[in-house]
Design a binder for this molecule. Structure first.
Ligand code: F6P
Length: 372
């Protein structure tokens, strides 16, 4: 009897740089520990009816995938436990996922994703499916791991834009608002705001007061137009605002009122709301940019390549040794990084948010101790 295992790998949720390196790491290490791999397309949709093709993955196929951003297997926000039917009502398709795993003769499924994709994996694990999870999200909000694939590249992308927003803002003398993704967690906003040396950083974990924002702008900019030649005062400010940030007396701003199959609204628009408020309630000009999906774009950073390759390889070892029902978890980030396996159920229903006491200056709306 052969010990060879056939494993399906999928990528679900928002795309993120680091997924393709993870697939490569899985296939490469898998080939050394008796695993043959097929790629399942578009997240959990790849195991639902009508059953799509699978893509056999060997070393030759994935040899160059480490350099690619996004995911070469495609992605979707499919929830097999709650897919909307034609009548608009949610239906449970988990039985067909179980059936298709048998049809494809898979010994295990490796799911690369965030809270939603891995939440599905955890439920399937309870139904007896051998699963291993690989943590991925630019939001870095998954419980039980210090690192999630995509965060470092998104941090690079956002920091660059903050940096580039200085020259237009400085030349025209306006307040530039940069709206950053991250859903209910402010990690991306906080750390990119620090790296790009934004002047104010507003995050979901600490609702802000507009009066305080205006005060901080006045402290920096003074009265516009006065003694420009002699004044050493800066003429511009950059505010990084997380898409999930809200005013103390306000709501989170959403793009529309639709929900995805996991029940999430699409956040977005707080930057524009803030820009109008600054222009109507202060003497300053303001502009806002919503960075949107290109934050997740481009080639993976070195950290995402390394972490992806390592996560993928560790997942292959977990499948080979029968340590399923688990997620690969990192303590620290490459190169000072330890990997282990945690129970995949331990991420369900939890998100990891910014530790305000440790990192956030609630008076200056900035990173603690090293603000502007
Ligand atoms: O979870 C990753 C993320 O990019 C969030 O930061 C953002 O709120 C969400 O996905 C956007 O959703 P979608 O990719 O469906 O537009």
């Amino acid at each position: 009897m052969s010990d060879q295992k056939k494993v399906g790998i999928l990528t679900g949720g928002g795309d993120a740089p680091g997924l393709n390196p993870a697939i490569k790491g899985f296939v490469y290490r898998g080939s050394e520990v008796g695993i043959s791999v097929v790629g399942l397309f578009d997240g959990w949709r790849g195991l639902m009816n009508p059953l799509p093709d699978v893509l056999p993955l060997d070393r030759e196929t994935v040899r160059r995938w480490d350099r690619d951003g996004g995911t070469n297997l495609g992605s979707s926000r499919t929830n097999p436990f709650k897919q909307l039917g034609e009548d608009g009502k949610p239906q449970d398709h988990s039985a067909e996922v179980l059936e298709n795993i048998k049809t494809l003769q898979l010994d295990a499924v490796v799911a690369c994703g965030g809270e939603d994709t891995l939440g599905v994996a955890a439920k399937l694990s309870q139904l007896g499916v051998p699963v291993v999870g690989v943590p991925k999200t630019i939001d870095k909000d998954l419980a039980a791991t210090d690192y999630t694939l995509g965060f470092d590249t998104a941090l690079r992308n956002v920091s660059e834009i903050i940096e580039r927003s200085r020259t237009p803002a400085g030349s025209h003398g306006w307040v530039q608002i940069v709206e950053v993704m991250g859903r209910h967690a402010g990690h991306l906003a906080l750390w990119s705001g620090l790296a790009g040396q934004a002047h104010l950083i507003l995050i979901p974990e600490y609702p802000f007061r507009y009066e305080r924002v205006f005060r901080l702008l006045r402290d920096r900019l003074g009265e516009p137009g006065l003694s420009r030649g002699a004044s050493q005062r800066p003429r511009y400010a950059v505010i990084v605002v997380a898409e999930g940030a809200r005013a103390e007396d306000g709501e989170m701003v959403t793009i529309d009122d639709r929900h995805d199959p996991f029940g999430h609204v699409r956040l977005g628009g707080i930057g524009e709301v803030m820009s109008r408020k600054i222009m109507s309630e202060t003497p300053y000009e303001a502009r806002s940019v919503m960075l949107g999906h290109p934050q997740r774009g481009g080639t993976p950073s070195p950290v995402d390549r390394i972490m992806g390759l390592m996560f993928g390889a560790r997942a292959a070892e977990a499948v080979a040794s029968g340590d399923v029902g688990t997620m690969v978890s990192a303590r620290g980030v490459a190169p000072a990084c330890e990997l282990s396996l945690v129970d995949i159920g331990s991420i369900a229903g939890k998100i990891q948010t910014v530790d305000i006491d440790r990192y956030y200056d609630t008076e200056r709306y900035h990173f603690k101790r090293i603000g502007m």
